[in-house]
Write a protein that binds this ligand. Structure first.
Ligand SMILES: [Zn+2]
Length: 218
């Protein structure tokens, strides 16, 4: 079964608040070790062959421990997922997000950070050591760096605080860089939320909302 255990073919969540409620319910199932048998069977595949209508876009870290469909207990066709190490934004990410919002009409973007993020850790280490990593890992570190510098300027030195700043920064940057995202948020058709995943508990905590779309931080 998929969203909120809705039967196949039932209405997908169509507002930011409905989408967040469905994700929160799915994460609660996952965290409790009570995931539904995700909707991935032959019937669902056949239904989806005609086209996709995902109800949420998850932009998260590539970390193998933070697989979007698993931690939100969703099936095939439910989530449009974009992942990069440290959820860093480049033009490919922005194009993918714009496709999800502008073409597929997705009402909610979740920026999903997590505890023990290696990209954030590598950036802190590069700043402390004064040595940048080689290859294109450097590109990832350079894109995380503004978040770490902003946190430090504000006196934040804890790992949790830096991670939270990076999620916050990423959520806002999406709307700053993309006119498609900004317009969808301004109209209330879409919201961007920032959330953090706890590795051991398996819980996704909402800690940031961009837009007035009925998604409460409570
Ligand atoms: Zn990570």
């Amino acid at each position: 079964m998929s969203v909120l255990n809705r039967p196949a073919g039932a209405e997908r969540p169509s507002t930011p608040a409905q989408a967040w409620a469905a994700l929160r319910a799915g994460n609660a199932r996952f965290a409790a070790g009570a995931s539904s048998s995700a909707d991935t069977g032959p019937d669902r595949r056949a239904e989806l062959a005609a086209g996709q209508r995902p109800f949420a876009l998850v932009f998260g870290c590539s970390d193998s421990r933070v697989a979007a469909e698993l931690v939100f207990d969703q099936g095939l066709g439910d989530l449009f997922v974009v992942r990069t190490a440290g959820h860093v934004i480049d033009s490919g990410v922005l194009g993918s997000v714009e496709f999800g919002i502008g073409v597929l009409g997705i009402p909610l973007v979740v920026v999903l950070g997590h505890e023990d993020c290696g990209a954030v850790g590598a950036t802190v280490q590069a700043l402390d050591d004064g040595v940048m990593p080689g290859g294109y890992v450097r590109d990832v570190v350079e894109r995380v760096m503004p978040s770490v510098l902003t946190a430090r300027r504000a006196g934040v030195t804890s790992v949790e605080g830096i991670l939270a700043e990076h999620v916050h920064h990423t959520a806002r940057l999406l709307a700053e860089r993309s006119v498609v995202v900004a317009d969808a948020v301004a109209s209330g058709r879409c919201a961007v939320v920032g959330a953090t995943y706890s590795l051991r508990e398996g819980q996704v905590r909402l800690d940031d909302v961009v837009g007035e779309a009925g998604v409460d931080l409570a």
